[in-house]
Design a protein around this ligand. Structure first.
Ligand code: ZN
Ligand code: ZN
Length: 348
């Protein structure tokens, strides 16, 4: 069966691999859609030593690695003892492998497990293949009203949902989203679902500004322009209650701290390529808190799926579908900033 496999830096191939079989406690999925994300770009472009690499401490996986950790599919086979889903169920997958023994796991934070692994990044198999097998415990069955395309968006939307829960924002408060990539868009949907309607978005790319406007955000500004102070006076005269760094650059963090209300909170949800200098006196003087938010927990998947069932997520204008053979070209398009979210349809 066909699978998109990362062999090493800038070497991704669609290979013919053996069809997987569901072992004890596992289910076999006929994959539908799989999103390409920043970690796939990172894996593809960041140089690493040749060869298979060290086996992952939890999963034992080595390269070549089948990609696709944001994916949906249909259950086609249950392994011995697998429960929680039936053949024919349409599902999405919470792709985290956690050890269950470390300090993070012991505190209910499997998303920050010290030896975390992801199905489709550091495991046997992934969503960019005709079939894959996963532990049945990873499945979230999709309700009738959530299609397989939305199903593949649950994972990235859950990253944003978790950040919104981490922020502690309450209905009626104000929020700022720095960065309107897929996670920024996810933050916008999640904030709306949490009763937050006063939202300002900052994004330097005109392409991304228009994408988030397309799903309904109405206060979207260029951080380099002069519009922000004006919009703040209009929408949050006392400052912003919660700000989200979905941009991953120091300037986004600094300007978020400029607009927080006393006691406000900044949630960092993007990975930064470079460390930044942080003027801690600003935290002191404003009694600001800064929190990191990583991946998601099962309740974030449940929350997103429920909100999708209520029609709160719209993929129009920022999601495009490509075939398995187009993945390499798509990585280039994403890197150049010419695409937002691309889903690979492994069935074609
Ligand atoms: Zn991802
Ligand atoms: Zn752990």
């Amino acid at each position: 069966v066909r699978a998109a496999r990362l062999h090493t830096t800038e070497d991704l191939r669609v290979d013919d691999v053996e069809e997987p079989v569901a072992g004890p406690g596992q289910v076999k999925l006929h994959n539908a859609y799989a999103g390409i994300c920043g970690s796939d770009l990172h894996g593809y472009y960041v140089p690493r030593p040749p060869g298979p690499g060290d086996p992952h401490p939890l999963t034992g996986a080595v390269r070549p690695q089948v990609l696709g950790h944001e994916f949906s599919g249909t259950v086609v086979e249950l392994g011995p003892g697998a429960t929680g889903a039936d053949v024919g169920d349409r599902v999405t997958v919470l792709p985290i492998y956690s050890c269950g023994r470390c300090a993070a796991c012991g505190r209910g934070r499997s998303n920050a497990c010290r030896t975390i692994g992801f199905h489709g990044l550091t495991s046997h198999g992934g969503g960019m293949a005709e079939f894959t097998v996963v532990p049945a415990s990873m499945l979230h069955v999709l309700p009738e009203s959530v299609d397989l395309l939305l199903g593949a968006l649950v994972e990235p939307m859950a990253v944003a949902w978790h950040a919104v829960r981490t922020s502690g924002v309450r209905p009626g408060q104000s929020a700022l989203i720095a960065g309107a990539g897929p996670i920024g868009i996810g933050l916008w949907f999640a904030l709306r679902a949490h009763g937050v309607s006063s939202v300002i978005v900052t994004e330097p790319s005109e392409h991304r500004r228009s994408a988030i406007r397309g799903v309904g955000a109405d206060v979207v500004v260029d951080p380099a322009g002069e519009e922000l102070p004006e919009r703040l006076v209009e929408h949050a005269p006392d400052g912003i209650d919660v700000a989200f760094d979905a941009a991953g650059v120091g300037a986004a963090v600094s300007s978020a701290l400029d607009v927080l209300t006393p006691g406000g909170r900044l949630v960092v949800v993007a990975s930064h390529e470079r460390p930044m200098e942080l003027d801690t006196d600003r935290l002191l003087m404003g009694e600001f808190s800064v929190t990191g938010s990583l991946a998601y927990l099962p309740e974030d998947f449940t929350g997103v799926i429920e909100a999708m069932a209520q029609g709160r997520y719209d993929p129009a204008g920022w999601v495009d579908v490509i075939g398995l053979d187009d993945v390499v070209g798509a990585l280039g398009e994403l890197r150049a900033g010419r695409a937002m979210k691309l889903l690979v349809d492994s069935r074609h």
